[in-house]
Design a protein around this ligand. Structure first.
Ligand SMILES: Cc1cc2nc3c(=O)[nH]c(=O)nc-3n(C[C@H](O)[C@H](O)[C@H](O)COP(=O)(O)O)c2cc1C
Length: 198
């Protein structure tokens, strides 16, 4: 297979950019994610799927707390991709100067974004290098000021607008993570293990 020829198809599958917040043992964290999709056909029983890499600090927080919030970014919030997505919460409190409140599921909700979904995990699938979380959406809203702006920020648009230096930094980070993923992708545990949430 020519992987380059399917890249435009794969690239179109990434979701709008979300700041994924989580809270565990009184500590809050945030990371960027684009591997998100809707996962319910029942309008009043909404669900989402979210893929989180095991190397991320957020992974343990989401796995242990059983919750996360998806805070979708506005098109003018490009800088948050670097602030939240290029460094780990292990090294820095990324929410220190960011206004948020805790939502009904106990997750941090950013006060300044396009809109949010507050989610409770109902199941998870081991993907080797990442975990795919299935979650109920228990609350959500489009923020008032954002309604006039229409679309949230998509990665395929954002990557064209990011400064060249940021893209170089990102390419270096993702190259290192690709190497880790290559070794872990096939190490899949087929035993479900979310009993600690029951
Ligand atoms: C545009 C973009 C998209 C990303 N998408 C995902 C994703 O879907 N899932 C994921 O686990 N990490 C994704 N990341 C990587 C994390 O945001 C990044 O590794 C972050 O530093 C992890 O932070 P943490 O260690 O505090 O959890 C993405 C990063 C960027 C910049």
């Amino acid at each position: 297979m020519n992987y380059r020829s399917i890249a435009p198809i794969m690239g179109n599958l990434w979701s709008p950019i979300a700041a994924v917040t989580s809270r565990w043992q009184e500590r809050s964290n945030v990371q960027i994610a684009v591997a998100i999709s809707a996962a319910s056909i029942v309008p009043d029983m909404p669900r989402v799927l979210l893929q989180i890499y095991k190397t991320n600090h957020s992974h343990g927080m989401i796995y242990n707390s059983g919750g996360f919030a998806l805070n979708f970014l506005r098109r003018d919030q490009l800088d948050l991709i670097k602030t939240f997505g290029f460094v780990s919460g292990r090294d820095k409190d990324k929410l220190k100067d960011v206004p948020f409140r805790l939502g009904v599921a106990g997750n941090p909700l950013l006060q300044d974004c396009w809109g949010y979904l507050d989610c409770r995990v109902v199941n998870a699938m081991d993907g080797g290098d990442m975990t795919c979380f299935l979650a109920d959406v228990v609350d959500g809203d489009i923020l008032h000021e954002a309604q006039a702006e229409g679309e949230p920020l998509w990665w395929r648009e954002a990557r064209r607008r990011l400064p060249a230096g940021w893209m170089e930094e990102w390419d270096g980070k993702i190259a290192a993570e690709i190497e880790i993923s290559k070794t872990r992708m096939n190490q899949i545990d087929l035993t479900p293990d979310l009993t600690h949430l029951a």
